[in-house]
Design a protein around this ligand. Sequence first.
Ligand code: PLP
Length: 373
Amino acid sequence: MGKIYLDNAATTPLRKEVIHTMLEVLEQDFGNPSSTHSFGRSAKTIIESARKTIAHYLNCSSQEIIFTSNATEATNWILSELIKNHNIKRIVTSKLEHHATLYTCQKLAKEYQIELEYIPVLPSGNLDLNYLENTLEKSIKTVVSLMHVNNEIGTQLDIEKVNLLCKKNQVLFHCDTVQTMGKLKIDLQQTALDFAVASAHKFHGPKGIGFAYINKNISLQPLLVGGEQEKGLRAGTEATHQIAGMAKAFELAHIELDEHKKYISEIKNYCVSELEQSFEGIRINGEDTFYNILNINLPFSEDKTAMLLFHLDLKGIAVSRGSACQSGSPKPSHVLAEFLSHEELKKPSIRISFSHFNTKEDIDGFINALKSI
Ligand code: PLP
């Protein structure tokens, strides 16, 4: 049996068209985009056209897109800047965030002695937005930092609602859109976020490149100084081929978005029904989850729990841990620990995440492997 990749929330395989675009740029457009001669101008044109492509699909202005090396960098920059130079005194976030957000918030709260408030998590794995509504009424200069879709369990945030609450209370909203960029249509005119972040490798683009969306009404100090690249906000010679690859991946993702969404949803539904037929007592972690992420709690005994991922890996199947026991770590997932009971946490949870490259045969292979453990 060949290998089966079901870990697309961690990263995605590059699309052939993306590799092709990148190779073309590597071969033909090696000029430094800051050079004024034709080689440089050609590379610069590629970068600006990539920026326009991304802005087009997000319905924002291209000046609002700043290329970064990934979403972690963008999140670190945005949140640090707000605390350092925008007089923010409180961050409202949740314990379900990716560590890129969680650790940044904790570091900033400690360094600048600002308030750090966590929105309570409901038993469904969703956030208590009533709590958010109430707490935003306090008159303290605040930024809200919440993810659009949770990368471990796939729960979805109503960003329109959160955005309206933030606007009503004149609070800034930083949204970690890493799991939804290229997978959902995000219209930044309709949902006027203040900040959003993305990593290209989550939508079949290259690693080492991402972007920050910074609403044009907000000005941030540079992330890196030492050059005029990215409007002087992130100095350093641009990775032209990666930027071009990201824009190509973003464009293809949007052209095929509806088709892929439908296809991947079918694959996920098939996986759920096959799992339910094969394993009595199986539970899905999180309610109303995103179409490409499935987190399950398996009714396995403790001896089967240990080394579960290891056994799947031996069979060539890549999924991800949802709880820790089976990957050798003593700590449970920080996300599951927020809403599962102690008993549930003892059982193995795994995250299966799909892409349009997956087939029903992949699911059959995965379930057969799981049955044989
Ligand atoms: N936010 C979310 C929701 C993620 O899933 C990830 C990556 O797993 C990140 C942030 C960080 O992305 P990167 O490591 O590409 O910076």
